[in-house]
Design a protein around this ligand. Structure first.
Ligand code: GLP
Length: 244
């Protein structure tokens, strides 16, 4: 779907989330959301917060699983995705604290594998992800699934790509301070979601959006694997669509 501007894109993505939450509520069921960080989803979070404040959208029966977190990363650090999610979303809506899941970046490396397996179990126990919202990195990553990832991958520790660390440099003041690793849901975890919406805006995303949509599924661009999903939609603005 190509939108004239990022604002229209954010509104439509938020409407999709709302439709799911309300349908689940009407059925007495919970809605399980997969959530991304980055600058692109901020507009979606703002629209959802507005719906909560002005229109009473109720998040009390929503369960969330975030895609990823840097390693090492303390949850209260400036660049932490835990902090990002609190500041940009959770502090402003009524998702119950115990329903919020974000991979931990503050565990010793030997404990990460167990934590990752437990994260997968929690997703299963919640009944799987109903709607997975995704951004895309210029390395083609979804979550932090860098080149070399495969459709079978589950939540795990991963080494960050050079492009990713460059793009994150401004958040960390200098590239040398960007963590070298991250914990991320795998491509397989993402493909298990019942619906996927990838959002991308801006000219700088145009080349990777073209590759993700037009190349055959391949390990160099993990977003190409979304072509294997039967209910995945790319929401892009005109700038990000300019090379299609
Ligand atoms: C980070 C996140 C990704 C996100 C990407 C793009 O690398 N781990 O999940 O999609 O950034 O970020 P932005 O939306 O700021 O371009």
């Amino acid at each position: 779907l190509i939108f004239d501007d990022p604002g229209g894109l954010a509104k439509q993505a938020a409407r999709q989330v709302r439709t799911l939450i309300e349908a689940k509520q009407a059925a007495g069921d919970i809605a399980v959301l997969g959530l991304p960080t980055g600058s692109t989803p901020i507009g979606v979070y703002q629209e959802l917060i507005r719906m909560h404040r002005e229109e009473g959208l109720d998040f009390s029966s929503v369960v969330t699983f975030n895609l990823d977190e840097y390693v090492p990363m303390a949850p209260d650090s400036l660049q932490s995705y835990h902090r990002f999610m609190r500041e940009n979303f959770f502090d402003h809506v009524n998702v119950p604290e115990e329903n919020i899941h974000i991979p931990r970046g503050d565990l010793p490396e030997r404990e990460i594998e167990t934590h990752a397996a437990e994260y997968e179990r929690l997703i299963q126990r919640a009944g799987g992800i109903d709607l997975m919202l995704l951004g895309i990195g210029r390395s083609g990553h979804i979550g932090f699934n860098e080149p070399g990832s495969t459709p079978d991958d589950r939540t795990r520790l991963i080494v960050l790509d050079e492009i990713t660390r460059k793009d994150a440099a401004s958040d960390f003041f200098e590239e040398k301070y960007v963590p070298r690793e991250a914990i991320t849901m795998g491509v397989g975890t993402i493909l298990d979601a019942r619906e996927v919406i990838l959002i991308a805006t801006g000219e700088h995303k145009a080349p990777i959006v073209r590759q993700a949509v037009e190349e055959e599924p391949n390990a160099q661009v993990s977003a190409t694997y979304l072509q294997l999903h039967n209910n995945a939609t790319f929401y892009v603005d005109r700038a990000a669509a300019s090379e299609l």
